[in-house]
Design a protein around this ligand. Structure first.
Ligand code: PLP
Length: 393
């Protein structure tokens, strides 16, 4: 068997590796607490399940879906986008369904990159960005995200020659793994930068509905004048309604960009199960959606504050998360490697968190804690961390 370089030169997916390590430790009888992966511990809310119960019995939902997404899905998304972000989208030409946002993230580079083309990828960042660029034959130019800049990229520091040769740039606010949010001023500068250098911005807004204070409510890059021609925004229902397993999201942007993506996607897959599309669209407009989000915000704000109190007490350095599920924390100064620190936490106290280097070279001195575990498991994890700090730090 001869495998492609695409496969042989790609390291195993970070979260798959973490899962394997956790299982190996569990097989030794250790009760591992996983604060590693961003998969909500709460189920999909009942009001969404009730809609699905109706949709799944409709035979017209059982056949091949349209490639772009069903018209009522796209109409539902456009209506929600208008009320949520104040952005008018044409449901016919400016919205397209995807099989979770990972579908969009992993396939969009194929739309814009020819082999050898450059892509700007924020570092740290969701690992799929750089792998997808590589799969498409592109080359990654890292744009560092630094704590002192609020984990926003310093656009002025990007070499103009690199910027001129880049075709795409991945951006993700609210950000995984740093939990930073971006304001309108940043998005305006970003759109100007993209237009100047002829770059398509791939704006991953998967966490748009997971934030803790009203003043940090995420906005859409598409609300910036001229953005539709230079940006595609990527959305997910995974985090919005605890629907990670359902695999549904959407992309929004100008017609030319969506048409280009459709050319690729219609050859790659056959769309999202229509019952799921229709359930998702109806969920967006459902009267219970607001209450669900308010309750979820309270839950995560509460977890965030409890974790922050313990980390502060133990002397860890971090910025208080403003959105998403994550704490991005500096590893103790006695460690040189994030992998080593995380391996020690797993081995010595059965706590699974993610090494920052998995998100890019800038992450080497960080680790990521996810808040998506039941409260009592988080508390137990924090107690174990206390014990670890007492004994080893
Ligand atoms: C930043 C970011 N984008 C996209 C995804 C993919 O989400 P999904 O494919 O479930 O929509 C994730 C998942 O964790 C993520 O963290």
């Amino acid at each position: 068997m001869t495998l492609s370089k695409r496969v042989t030169e790609t390291p195993p997916y970070l979260f798959h590796l973490i899962d394997e390590k956790r299982k190996a430790v569990e097989e030794r009888g250790v009760d591992v607490i996983s604060l590693a992966i961003g998969d909500p511990d709460r189920p999909t809310p009942d009001f969404v399940l009730d809609i699905m119960k109706e949709e799944i019995h409709k035979p017209y939902n059982h056949v091949y879906p349209s490639y772009k997404g069903e018209p009522d899905f796209r109409a539902g998304v456009a209506a929600w986008f208008g009320s949520r972000f104040g952005v008018e989208l044409d449901p016919v030409s400016e919205v397209m369904a995807v099989i979770g946002s990972k579908d969009a993230v992993s396939h969009l580079p194929f739309v814009f990159l020819d082999p050898g083309d450059w892509a700007l990828v924020t570092d740290p960042g969701y690992p799929v960005y750089q792998v997808a660029v590589g799969f498409a034959g592109g080359r990654v130019s890292y744009v560092p995200l630094r704590a002192e800049m609020g984990f926003l990229p310093d656009l002025d520091a990007i070499d103009p020659v690199v910027a001129d040769s880049a075709r795409i740039m991945f951006i993700n606010y609210p950000n995984n793994p740093t939990s930073a949010v971006a304001d309108r001023g940043f998005f305006e500068r970003l759109v100007a930068f993209a237009r100047k250098h002829n770059i398509i911005i791939l704006a991953d807004n998967a966490y748009s509905e997971v934030y803790f204070e009203e003043e940090d409510r995420p906005i859409s890059i598409l609300s910036v004048e001229g953005a539709k021609e230079t940006a595609i925004e990527i959305h997910s229902f995974s985090k919005t309604f605890n629907m990670t397993g359902w695999r549904i999201g959407f992309v929004a942007g100008g017609k030319a960009l969506i048409d280009a993506f459709l050319t690729l996607k219609s050859n790659f897959d056959s769309g999202v199960f229509m019952a799921i599309q229709r359930t998702a669209a109806r969920a967006l407009a459902h009267p219970h959606a607001l209450a669900f989000h308010a309750e979820r915000t309270m839950l995560f704000r509460n977890r965030r504050d409890r974790i922050a109190a313990v980390l502060t007490d133990l002397g860890f350095t971090f910025q208080l998360p403003r959105a998403s599920y994550y704490f991005w924390v500096e590893i103790p100064s006695s460690y040189q490697s994030s992998v080593q620190f995380c391996a020690d936490l797993l081995e010595k106290i059965g706590l699974s968190v993610t090494p920052g280097v998995g998100y890019g070279p800038s992450g080497e001195s960080y680790f990521r804690i996810s808040m998506t575990a039941p409260d009592h498991r988080i508390d137990e994890g924090l107690q174990r961390l206390r014990a670890f700090a007492k004994e080893y730090l």
